[in-house]
Ligand binder design. Structure first.
Ligand code: KIV
Length: 280
């Protein structure tokens, strides 16, 4: 396993050494413990929370209160990785003051090391203001789920020359604004390679091919826990929804048939007058 990342500055050093950066999402303490133990560099309390845990149809309804509540739970499970809080829709777009105040809550109330925001050149001034306030910021361009409606839906971005140039410009604007890293979501692999070469800060891809400086997945996708839809880029390393479904149905079945709880799950004899060594 690679050297532990202690601050956002270590990510730049990783890029310079050609070492890949790893990031996974967590939304509660149990998952935070699992992903942290796996040794990833970064744990993101993503606003994917809205879809995988809160049952919303998109990330748009997610609130600051929900994000802070979950980020605090994740904080309790993360011992080594750097923790990043995802700023929800309209928590940073209204004005710079609100953006700084909301970003600061992730650090002060939830113990995050940094925040992530979606958007390119048009939010660069806000990114610069938050960075000036002393808060490390990760950018997120390409497919930005909070504004997917404006992008024509959940589609690969930067396929034609014009939009590819715009994405390159977005990446440069965010880097100049002081972002310490960039998530590239649903971008053609060769464009992601171009962007990664054009900016000094690390790029972390999701559906952006193998040439990014790091990779991120939503943990629920990776584990096969979120089966409402599976994006093509999300490799499923397990099929936990299926296994969990089978385990839960076995519980119901065994209780209904009187098989569970058995003697080993009970205290004292099951029949009056009979003792078991474990009962003594
Ligand atoms: O909300 C999230 O989980 C994210 C990742 C997909 C990068 O933004």
């Amino acid at each position: 396993m690679a050297v532990a990342v202690k601050s956002v500055c270590d990510l730049l050093a990783k890029k310079q050494r050609g070492e890949k950066i790893t990031m996974l999402t967590a939304h509660d303490a149990a998952f935070a413990t699992l992903v942290d133990r796996a040794g990833v560099d970064l744990v993101l309390v993503g606003d994917s929370l809205g879809m995988v845990a809160l049952g919303y149809d998109s990330t748009v309804p997610v609130t600051m209160a929900e994000m802070i509540h979950h980020a605090r739970a994740v904080r309790r499970g993360v011992k080594n990785a750097l923790l990043i809080g995802d700023m929800p829709f309209l928590s940073y777009q209204v004005d710079e003051k609100a953006a700084i105040a909301n970003a600061g809550r992730f650090l002060k109330e939830a113990g995050c090391a940094a925040v992530k925001v979606e958007g390119g050149a048009r939010i660069a001034a806000t990114v610069a203001a938050v960075v000036r306030a002393g808060i490390p910021v990760m950018g997120h361009i390409g497919l930005t789920p909070q504004t997917a409606g404006q992008l024509g839906g959940f589609k690969v971005q930067g396929r034609d020359d014009g939009s590819a140039e715009r994405l390159l410009h977005d990446a440069q604007a965010l880097a100049e604004a002081g972002a310490f890293a960039l998530v590239l979501e649903c971008v053609p692999a060769l464009l992601a390679q171009r962007i990664s070469a054009a900016v000094a800060i690390p790029t972390i891809g999701i559906g952006a091919g193998p040439y990014c400086d790091g990779q991120v997945l939503v943990t629920h996708d990776l584990l096969g826990l979120f089966d409402r839809f599976v994006p093509r880029f999300a490799k499923q390393y397990a099929a936990l929804a299926e296994q969990a479904g089978a385990a839960l149905a076995s519980f119901r079945d065994e209780v209904e048939r009187g098989v569970f709880p058995a003697a080993e799950h009970s205290f004292g004899p099951l029949i009056e007058g009979k003792t078991r060594p474990a009962d003594k």
